[in-house]
Design a protein around this ligand. Sequence first.
Ligand code: KG4
Ligand code: ZN
Length: 346
Amino acid sequence: MLILGIETACDDTSAAVVADGKDVLANIVWTQNQVHKRFGGVVPELAARRHMEVINYVIQAALDQAGVSFQQINAVGVNCRHGLLRSIMVGVAAAKAIAYSQGIPLIGVHHIEGHIYSNIIENPDIEFPHICLTVSGGHNLLILVHAPGKYELIGRTWDDSAGEAFDKVAKILGLGFPGGPIIDRLAKQGNPKAFDFPRPMLNSPSYDFSFSGLKTSVTTKVAQIKSQGSELNAADIAASFQQAVIDVLVAKTWKAAKEKNIPVISVAGGVSANSLLRTTFAELANQQGVRVIFSDISLCTDNGAMIAALAYYKYQQGYVSDWDLDALANAPLGDLGLIYKKPLRS
Ligand code: KG4
Ligand code: ZN
């Protein structure tokens, strides 16, 4: 079964063609970094306009790369939950037009569930239950995945996500946008022990996160160094900040896995591309004998393949959306009520 997946949650316009939920025949991502970098963050109005300009080209590029035509596509999956509302609406409108004109099913899906499924594409044998840390610019969640489609939210951020903190610290250091990959690269030349930044909520009993205090601490330190006229070693700041974030993300996830006695962890979302996060989790897996799953870097940040894969599994479970499918900026994970009014098969 060939599914066309469309993803426009934030500033990436993406379309993919995936066979049977696992074989990625094409996964085109048109990033808008050039549009937003001069603002140091995503400007929602500009993001939506750019999606509208490029969406047809991106979809055509995905079909071309996969070597298929619209007539060979069996269903269209689209992110209709979670992200910038006007951006999502562009993807949903495109998906509806294609599905309606081709007479094929439309399957709306939740963006964060898509991130969870980005790991299932390459690891369809993943055990349930498992703990999923999904962390990007727009969210920072610890989820107990009981079974496909059955999620228990056990931890969330009280303020900023880790991705947001990466982007803001890069902005403070004048490094560019998006900050995550830039800090990741720069940190390799710095000393992670140069500055003792706080590890927020590291020892709290909950599985929640908070990164805004850490960001403020970096801001204050940078201002202090500048006001003293001392030389600012951006690589040391980047490495010390990154170490603080990764320490918290890994420790909280491990705490959840240990306390709930679940030996399988998956890590998803844009920040899961981070090299220190990946090596630290790999070390944890070795030391503690747990299984830690990451997806290929191309599937960590927003992409259409994860949406197509998830749509495949939803379709297998008997779900399709109606033509009045709407778009929401926020929706609870696992709530199917508004996405699928009626299961295809019960
Ligand atoms: O999943 P994603 O593409 O979009 C959202 O759903 O937000 O994630 C984008 C976020 C950005 O904050 C970006 O800075 C961060 O993921 N990111 C990284 C890395 N690559 C992307 N953060 C840390 N290290 C990276 N290598
Ligand atoms: Zn995302």
